[in-house]
Design a protein around this ligand. Structure first.
Ligand code: CP
Length: 307
């Protein structure tokens, strides 16, 4: 069973194959209506169930469009409107959904829950974001870097801000593809140590620094994310700790001249990034968002053993 809870579940060769497939599929449908299926419609008659315990714009729409373009369809469920959470267990939910659909995607604040879902599911389970990791986002980020001419081995990536689930999956990718990360994170907001140790064991350099300029110096790509999830309280002490890591034009000036800027979105403009950077010439955030569709098509094909 090919579950995709983290990038390592697929491994470097399979993720590289996904990126290659995504580039080919994206090129083949250039100029086509977005709702038209790819010529080979490889997931015709296949259905993906999506469970959302947390809000989403990109993950929800990009997975739905991915299934349509692959010739299949998707069912979207809010966890609050399911029996899950009203007493039905995640194990029973997995057993039942497996009888209906071909794959399950879940977004949850509890990584243990997706592991339990996968343990009891007889169809592939895909991580649409947990508190621990966000592998589908990083598949799209890698695609964006590659299509903009950045070779992954030896890439110098600077991260600014919270040591969150997005950074954890970037660190995992660094280990798989041989690139280096210098993460500017405040004390107390470090990324999950197991991801850092695993990437270092694979030979990646992962440095945690306290100074934003040190993190960005000479970088090929500068990446940040929201300091506070959309809709959550802006705790004053967290904002104060994060403030020195805001990405502005002066900080981007510390990176290489041809450095790119990525942000998985949604953004709190004026907090983690200023308008001049996210809307500036080095930003690739709209390509990054679009690439969620293309990368996830290849994730789905891999999970369903079509790749
Ligand atoms: N980047 C991302 O996962 O976006 P959504 O929260 O809108 O799905």
């Amino acid at each position: 069973m090919r579950h995709f809870l983290n990038l390592s579940d697929a491994g470097a060769d399979a993720v590289a194959a996904m990126l290659s497939d995504a580039i080919d599929r994206k090129a083949a449908r250039a100029g086509w209506p977005k709702g038209r299926a790819d010529a080979d419609a490889p997931l015709a008659d296949h259905v993906l169930a999506m469970i959302f315990e947390k809000s989403s714009t990109r993950t929800r729409v990009s997975f739905d469009m991915a299934m349509r373009q692959l010739g299949g369809s998707a069912i979207v469920m809010e966890a609050g409107s399911m029996q899950l959470g009203r007493g039905e267990t995640i194990a029973d939910t997995a057993r039942v959904l497996s009888r209906y659909v071909d794959a399950i995607m879940i977004r949850t604040d509890d990584h243990a829950k997706i592991e339990e879902l996968a343990a009891y599911s007889s169809v592939p389970v895909i991580n649409g974001l947990t508190d621990l990791s966000h592998p589908c986002q990083i598949a799209a980020d890698l695609l964006t870097l590659v299509e903009h001419g950045k070779a992954l081995p030896g890439l110098e990536l600077a991260w600014l801000g919270d040591g969150n689930n997005v950074l954890a999956s970037l660190i995992e990718a660094a280990g798989l593809f041989g690139f280096n990360i210098r993460a500017g994170v405040p004390q107390g907001y470090e990324p999950d140590a197991s991801f850092v140790e695993a990437a270092r064991a694979r030979g990646a350099r992962v440095d945690l620094v306290r100074d934003a300029r040190e993190a960005v110096a000479g970088a090929d790509v500068v990446v940040t994310d929201t300091w506070v999830s959309m809709g959550q309280d802006h705790a004053h002490n967290k904002l104060a700790a994060m403030a020195p890591f805001q990405v502005d034009e002066r900080l981007m000036g510390e990176a290489k001249d041809d450095a790119l800027f990525l942000h998985c979105l949604p953004a709190h403009r004026g907090e983690e990034v200023v308008d001049a950077v996210i809307d500036g010439k080095q930003s690739r955030v709209w390509d990054e968002a679009e690439n969620r569709v293309h990368a996830q098509k290849s994730v789905l094909l891999w999970a369903l053993e079509k790749l």
